[in-house]
Design a protein around this ligand. Structure first.
Ligand SMILES: [Zn+2]
Length: 138
């Protein structure tokens, strides 16, 4: 973890109103330390933390990702109803899901046009629309 990565991590946690515990700073630095958006799974972040020499358990990674989502600084993308990806870009945008390597990446949002949506049931409103475009080799 470089000093810049740690600074970025601390600022991100502060903006989220989260107490910068050592484990949160470690994971936040891996997520947003370089200022780039990324998509991770709990497992991929756990592996990255291990490679970085951090002593965190997979359960801690899960709980921390959950806390980041609750704070609104991470967005969860669910594919197949079971596999969760976490995105540091919390603005609405479509995703490609690469079936062959179980990977998620951003799809160009300016090329997505949603013309109409089904009327929500009485007393309900649409909270969000998730767009995941599944890819496979032709
Ligand atoms: Zn994304």
């Amino acid at each position: 973890m470089t000093p810049t990565h740690e600074e970025n991590a601390n600022r991100w946690l502060m903006d989220a109103g989260l107490r910068p515990t050592r484990q949160r700073v470690t994971l936040a630095a891996l997520l947003v330390g370089d200022g780039q958006h990324r998509h991770v799974t709990a497992e991929s972040l756990f592996d990255a933390a291990k490679d970085d020499g951090a002593a965190v358990s997979l359960a801690t990674v899960y709980n921390t990702l959950r806390a980041f989502c609750d704070a609104g600084v991470l967005q969860e993308i669910t594919v197949d109803g079971s596999k969760s990806y976490f995105d540091t870009n919390v603005h609405d945008h479509p995703h490609f899901y690469w079936e062959a390597d179980s990977r998620v990446s951003d799809a160009p949002s300016d090329e997505l046009v949603i013309q109409s949506l089904p009327q929500p049931p009485e007393g309900m409103e649409i909270a969000s629309v998730d767009v995941v475009i599944r890819l496979r080799k032709k």
